[in-house]
Design a protein around this ligand. Structure first.
Ligand code: PGA
Length: 264
C-alpha cells in the first residue's frame, strides 16, 4: 500500500428505525463523537437509514452542520417512470447522500438483483455523483469448497470491468462473507485481509495501480468493538460495513474511536 486510505465506518441499518429513531440516533452519535473529539478528517463515519428517514437525517445533518455522512441501502436502475415503489439515484443524491449500498446479500437473496442489475445500480449511483458500496462475499458452501477468494474477486470483476478508471476509482467494495452476516461468526483478520488483497490486486490488474490504491475495501459481517481493532490492523482492510452493532449508539461510537486510534 502506497498511502493509507481514509478509513470508513459505515452503519447499515437495514429495515430498522423510523425517522424519529433515526434522527435521535444520529444526534446521539454526533454528541458522543464530539465529546471524544473525534477527527472526521482521519476516519469517515456514515449511516445508511431507510429511505423514509433520509430526508429527516439530511435536515439534521445540515442544520447542525454534522460531519456524519449518510446514504441509501439500494437504488433503482432506472431514472424515472412507471416503476412503482422504486427510488432513483437522482432522488437519493438530491437528499445529500454520499453513498448507496449496492448488491447486499440480503438484496441479492430477497429481490431479483443479479449481476446485470447490480452493474446498472453501480452505474446509476456513479452517474448521480455518489459512491456505490458494492457488497460481495462467498456463502458457507463456497468457503467449504475453498473457492472463496475467486468467488469474491469474480463478483467484483464481473460488475466493474466495463467501468472507466475514473468511475472505478470512486468505488467502495465491502467484502462481506454471507456466513458472517448477522451470525456472530466473524472472518479472521487474515481471511479478511486475503480477500481484500485479492480484490485490490484484481482492481489494479483490471484498471491501474491508482485505482487499486484508491478504492477502499471494507470488511462486513458481525463486526463489533471486540474484533474491530484486529481487523482494521490489516493493511488492505479500510473500514467496516456494520449491521447489528450499528444499531447501538455506544457500540458504534466505540468502533469509530477504535478504528481511528488503530489507524492513527
Ligand atoms: P452484521 O451485518 O454486522 O449484523 O453482520 C453486516 C451487513 O449486513 O452489512
Amino acid at each position: 500500500m502506497t498511502s493509507r486510505r481514509i478509513p470508513l465506518v459505515a452503519g447499515n441499518w437495514k429495515m430498522n428505525f423510523d425517522h424519529l429513531e433515526a434522527t435521535y440516533f444520529v444526534q446521539q452519535l454526533a454528541w458522543k463523537l464530539r465529546d471524544a473529539r473525534f477527527d472526521y478528517k482521519r476516519c469517515e463515519v456514515a449511516l445508511m437509514p431507510s429511505f423514509t428517514s433520509l430526508r429527516s437525517v439530511q435536515v439534521l445533518v445540515e442544520s447542525d452542520k454534522l460531519r456524519i455522512r449518510y446514504g441509501a441501502q439500494a437504488v433503482s436502475v432506472t431514472s424515472q417512470g412507471a416503476f412503482t415503489g422504486d427510488v432513483s439515484a437522482d432522488m437519493i443524491a438530491h437528499l445529500g447522500c454520499s453513498y448507496v449500498i449496492v448488491g447486499h446479500s440480503e438484496r441479492r437473496k430477497y429481490h431479483p438483483e443479479d449481476d446485470a442489475n447490480i452493474v446498472d445500480q453501480v452505474r446509476a449511483v456513479l452517474a448521480a455523483g455518489m459512491q456505490p458500496i458494492l457488497c460481495v462475499g462467498e456463502s458457507y458452501e463456497e468457503r467449504r469448497k475453498g473457492i472463496e477468494l475467486d468467488f469474491a474477486v469474480g463478483q467484483v470483476h464481473d460488475v466493474t470491468r466495463d467501468l472507466s478508471d475514473e468511475e472505478a476509482s470512486r468505488l467502495i467494495v465491502a467484502y462481506e462473507p454471507v456466513w458472517a452476516i448477522g451470525t456472530g461468526m466473524v472472518a479472521t483478520p487474515q481471511s479478511a485481509q486475503d480477500a481484500a488483497k485479492a480484490i485490490r490486486d484484481d482492481l489494479t490488474a483490471t484498471f491501474s495501480t491508482t485505482v487499486g490504491d484508491t478504492v477502499r475495501i471494507l470488511y462486513g459481517g458481525s463486526v463489533s468493538s471486540k474484533n474491530a481493532v484486529e481487523l482494521i490492523g490489516e493493511p488492505d482492510v479500510d473500514g467496516f460495513l456494520i449491521g447489528g452493532a450499528a444499531l447501538k449508539v455506544d457500540e458504534l461510537t466505540k468502533i469509530c474511536r477504535l478504528t481511528l486510534e488503530a489507524t492513527a
